[in-house]
Unconditional design. Sequence first.
Length: 134
Amino acid sequence: MKKKYKTKPGNRLNALVYYYKNKDAIRAKDNAFRADPKNKKTLQLRDKKIRDRPHNKVYQRNYWRNYRANEAAQVKIDARAKANEIKIPKGFKCDCGNLATDRHHTDYNKPYEIIFCCKKCHMILDKERRQKLK
Ligand SMILES: [Zn+2]
């Protein structure tokens, strides 16, 4: 249900006019606030508040419900569950030199064929696989 706020019709417009008049100063102030490590906690809480809005929660619940019902996704879910059974050897290094934390599937139809890699390389590998499928 949408809550209706009583505001004067001109208020929103005035706020926009104010913003565009003082855009640079407002943005500089905001960037300074974000750059200060002291404000990290405040920003995290603000993000969490936005993320946990009721309509966002409903959206996410529906998203995952639909995802699980999707047959193509089921192959991925099974493959990931099987890959999670395989432990990453302790201290195993990725090709780039970082510690391996992820398991990458080159092909979801071969659930046990995985590559140990770091988070950064995993994103690159996933991008490559997506491009191959196109
Ligand atoms: Zn790596």
